[in-house]
Write a protein that binds this ligand. Structure first.
Ligand SMILES: [Zn+2]
Length: 359
């Protein structure tokens, strides 16, 4: 966990006259964008366990650059990240990251952030990296006067139509979220740590009855009926788990496990049609000690955004599953899978890079 100097570019009094653009008679201040982005980045950095020191508070009077860098140096922050938006010719667009030319750590931090911005689907200005050199336009106070790796990120050009829509226009909310996530992901990469989202997953798994593994239990099957039932299950299910047990010596029972509501209805209707007795059971503990009642546990679905994908697949394949949330980390657990369907399910999870284990 690091101490991070988060530097919001400019202040509420900078524009007008400087650092902003006019469109249709209306003024748009760069600081207003930098401040909103900074607030979101602060939340994400703190959610990832970092301490944040801000040389400039959002929507407050501009703090001189020397005051800012003196603070970061005195506080001995681990890195400084300065947030800006660019201005130039109207044809120029894209995002870029400045670092001080002699700082290899600064270059590494800048590269990680640039890479995450590209991964999020946004273009860069040139290759998106600028090494600061004395006596040139890249000679920036914030990267030069800090004793630690420091980067200044230009989040697009306010003066370009496409970037303007992102920075101030209709796409602003999504853009601020995407840039905040990209910047913090880059910072996490620099520190060799995983990125933790602070948002609960939007889609919720539709679990039927948590902690219960619904089964259909038959009873009193003679050999012919037992064959009939197992054949039907083989032909009509996508690998529902079932097991045979003799109860009291000669009352052959067949139990299924992990059926969802649709599957129970289908199987029950068929049994009714055959005139066979059956009942529904719920087993609270679905860690049934049998060898082939396969249960698969996923995890980390919120950061992968995969809850919807996984629960839709399970619903489509008529599999029983429950959603559980472990400290805001949605987990989906299945139960009562046969060998074939469990293989198809884990192939799907592998294909999407999702973690799983057999329970
Ligand atoms: Zn700026």
């Amino acid at each position: 966990m690091a101490k991070i100097g988060l530097d919001i570019g400019h202040g509420v009094n900078t524009f007008p006259p400087n650092k902003g653009v006019y469109r249709g008679g209306k003024g748009y201040a760069e600081h207003s964008f930098n401040a909103q982005l900074g607030k979101r980045i602060k939340e994400l950095l703190e959610a990832n366990g970092h301490t944040v020191i801000m040389g400039q508070q959002p929507n407050k009077k501009d703090v001189p650059l020397t005051t800012r860098t003196n603070l970061y140096n005195r506080e001995k922050v681990d890195i400084v990240v300065s947030l800006h938006a660019n201005a130039g010719a109207s044809s120029v667009e894209g995002r870029c990251v400045f670092y001080w030319g002699t700082s290899s750590k600064g270059r590494r931090l800048a590269t990680h952030i640039r890479d995450e911005i590209k991964k999020a689907g946004y273009s860069t200005h040139g290759d998106g990296l600028h090494a600061g050199v004395l006596g040139t336009w890249t000679n920036l106070h914030i990267t030069r006067e800090t004793n630690m790796p420091a980067v200044l990120i230009e989040h697009g050009f306010m003066t370009n139509n496409k970037d303007f829509e992102l920075i101030f226009g209709s796409k602003q909310a999504q853009y601020i979220e995407d840039m905040a996530v990209a910047d913090v992901k880059g910072i996490q990469k620099y520190f060799g740590q995983n990125f933790k989202s602070d948002k609960p997953s939007k889609s919720k798994p539709t679990a039927s009855k948590p902690k219960a593994n619904p089964k259909i239990r038959t009873g009193g099957l003679n050999e012919a009926n037992m064959n009939k039932v197992t054949r039907w299950l083989k032909e009509n299910t996508d690998g529902w788990y079932y097991t045979f047990r003799g109860s009291g010596g000669n009352n052959p029972v067949l139990r299924t496990g992990g059926l969802n509501a649709a599957a129970r209805k289908k199987f029950g209707a068929w049994l009714d049609g055959e005139g066979l007795w059956w009942t529904t059971e719920y087993t609270a503990n679905h860690r049934t000690p049998t060898s082939n009642n396969i249960q698969i546990r996923t995890g980390g679905l919120s950061t992968q955004g995969a809850v919807g994908l996984v629960s839709a697949w399970l619903t489509r394949n008529k599999c029983y599953f429950v959603g559980i949330s472990s400290r805001g980390n949605p987990v989906i657990v299945t139960g009562g899978m046969g060998t074939r369907i469990s293989k198809e399910f884990t192939d799907l999870l592998d294909e999407h890079g999702l973690w799983w284990r057999t329970v």
